[in-house]
Design a protein. Structure first.
Length: 220
């Protein structure tokens, strides 16, 4: 009888810990005020830059991301800066992908959530997204490297649309990892789109980026 009681107590404790852990990692505050509107570039552009950055999905402003060897690089604002640099060079329209809920501000909390999402191939919900991407022929997709892959929110976004006949141009920000480690994932979530060779923007000059765009045959 005592053994059964002890086992029941252990089970209850484990369940409580699991529930608390799930709440902490996946039930952060909902992101309010996210917009589906796209920031316009050149009037005649047929290109769109979409990007995901940690600075847009954590609750506290101005906190620095930590780096753990090569496992997860999450630098606040770096991907946004890269996206804006690319917009300046291409004249493309611009849109930031934001998840439905905030990730935890602490590095450990964000890293744990991202690891579970990546391991289980989860698709976090989005706070908003454009209704239609039919006006675009080329879609640049930017992201930081999380656990040797693109964040799962990238899959949520791309899988929301019929991308048949479109061209996907991936770019990432990372200190340690090249974009090659996540290209299979990007191809798998891009539907019928043509996926061109991606590029890691890491303190890249305008000339570096133009050379990449020339190499893959995209006007910059």
């Amino acid at each position: 009888m005592k053994k059964k009681k002890k086992a029941l107590i252990v089970l209850v404790v484990v369940l409580v810990l699991l529930l608390v852990g799930w709440w902490y990692l996946f039930l952060g505050n909902k992101i309010k005020g996210a917009s589906a509107e796209i920031t316009k570039g050149d009037a005649d552009t047929k290109a769109l830059i979409v990007y995901f950055t940690r600075s847009g999905v954590i609750t506290a402003e101005g906190s620095a991301d930590a780096v753990t060897s090569a496992s997860m690089n999450i630098h606040d604002g770096v991907t946004e800066a890269a996206a804006m640099q690319l917009q300046r060079l291409t004249g493309a329209d611009l849109y930031e992908i934001r998840t439905e809920r905030y990730y935890r501000n602490s590095f450990a909390g964000t890293a744990a959530t991202a690891w579970i999402e990546e391991t289980l191939n989860m698709r976090p919900g989005l706070a908003a997204k454009p209704d239609d991407l039919s006006a675009y022929d080329v879609i640049y997709v930017g992201f930081p490297i999380w656990w040797f892959n693109a964040p799962m929110a990238i899959g949520t976004f791309l899988e929301s649309y019929d991308l048949s006949g479109k061209t996907i141009v991936p770019f990432c920000t990372s200190q340690d990892n090249g974009i090659e480690i996540c290209m299979d994932y990007i191809r798998s979530v891009s539907g019928g789109a043509k996926v061109l060779d991606g590029y890691r923007i890491n303190h890249s000059s305008d000339e570096d980026i133009r050379n990449w765009l020339d190499r893959i045959g995209v006007a910059g």
